[in-house]
Design a protein around this ligand. Sequence first.
Ligand SMILES: Cc1cc2nc3c(=O)[nH]c(=O)nc-3n(C[C@H](O)[C@H](O)[C@H](O)COP(=O)(O)OP(=O)(O)OC[C@H]3O[C@@H](n4cnc5c(N)ncnc54)[C@H](O)[C@@H]3O)c2cc1C
Length: 487
Amino acid sequence: MTPQKPDTTEIAIVGAGPAGVAAAVIAARAGAAVTLLDENTNAGGQYYKQPTLTESGHKYPNSLASNIQQGRELLAGLNHPGIDLQCDTLVWNVSPEELVLYLCGPTGARALQAKRIIFSAGAYERVMPFPGWTLPGVIMAGGAQLMLKAQGLLPGRRFLLAGTGPLLQLAAVQLLEAGADIAAIVELQPRAEFLRTASKLWGHWDKLGQGIANQKKLLQAKVPIKYGHTIARALGENEVSGAVIMKVDGDGRPIPGSETTLEVDSICLNYGFIPATELPGIAGCAQYFDYNFGAYATKTNENLETSVAGIFAAGETCGIGGADVALLEGQLAGAVAARQLGLDPDTDEATLCQKQLQARTVAASLGKMFPVKPGLCALATDGVPVCRCEEISAGEVRAAIRMGVVQLNQLKPWTRVGMGRCQGRICGEILRQIVAHETGLALQEIQPFTARAPVKPVLLEEVGGAVADTGELTWEDHVGGYGVART
Ligand SMILES: Cc1cc2nc3c(=O)[nH]c(=O)nc-3n(C[C@H](O)[C@H](O)[C@H](O)COP(=O)(O)OP(=O)(O)OC[C@H]3O[C@@H](n4cnc5c(N)ncnc54)[C@H](O)[C@@H]3O)c2cc1C
């Protein structure tokens, strides 16, 4: 099979969230030909997700209106002749030497060669397992928000929100405004610790103001906030009918005898976020361990260049930072990439860089407020599934650890964890927590799964153009196991 010649562009951007959109707009205004790719149907990413239904048929809570409007204003910038926005297009592989991206979209599989690539693929929500966490009715808090934002849907009637971090209270307010009943918010951090660390945000009035406004709304609606608690079990046969919550000690370990049962039909979880680093990982971009958020992220220099020539990273993929950081980093990456192509963007990169660093400092303070505590691993008792795709239990993982298997890449062939549809995006962080808890290793000593193409499921028939004839594959290709990614 003769491989198709790749399409070409000057700057290819993966991910049309705040970072990717900001990068595209700045670079296109400077005169660059930009291709902006997103697997979603619309641009906007997670924070600026836009309603997919027509305006007249769509309801969303008041608290989301300004968010949706801000997103609309940002996305208006994409209406520029230099920007080719391609939605419903998954980037499933990258070849760093030639700066070629492999895409799968409405017109089938293609390759796209760029002079510069910007990865702005965002983040995933982090979860910690407990008995019943795979029951229908247990979803992620961000997932519930997205259903509200994009489709005006409430995923249940009576909710428990559990985990740690500011998203719990924000999502609760949005669900409340959409007519939901909130049984409780269960926050892992003890109240005193929460207030002590919150005081570090002194001076950052917008962040404090948002938090206080949310707390006020929750207080008015008489929503109990249980600090220093965790969800311990989801109840129900075929779907959620209740939840057991428990007090935790300083390590996050549930305290026996402190159980309370709540009647709910939906449980929304969030334990913060994990940077999406698969594509930079395949490209060979160096990563660093972000101690503030307890996860690996893509390493960049102050200009947001990664360790691989021609490849930039911006937004959550470089470390959890929030939408403000993503916007600033998108602008900076777009401007620097355009300047490297000999263009003259209308930006002051030094100022952008300074603002971005300040915004990252605030984000880091927030991250430190909401650590995932190791004692939570006690909830993943041996029968609890930790890799839902391959149905591998915590007990099977512990048995492998007892045999001396302590790195995720070793656990994978040993137990099949991380080999399913999610490719380790959900279970990878859970496994790192369990290995750390069982072995006493520090989280940063446990390397993430090696990223492999295709980063997300693609149909073999769709990527046929990028598949070599099996006759052309060598034994090394086969033992690599990913002939599909070869051209
Ligand atoms: C579910 C969820 C809910 C959130 N809710 C909030 C909130 O309410 N408030 C808040 O402050 N922050 C929220 N965040 C954090 C928020 O993501 C960031 O602050 C902000 O959106 C980061 O912008 P970004 O551009 O870096 O990434 P994102 O906005 O996440 O955008 C990344 C984009 O990349 C696309 N993408 C990823 N991989 C590929 C691929 N291989 N091929 C093609 N496209 C790809 C995704 O579809 C997405 O559109 C949420 C995050 C998540 C994951």
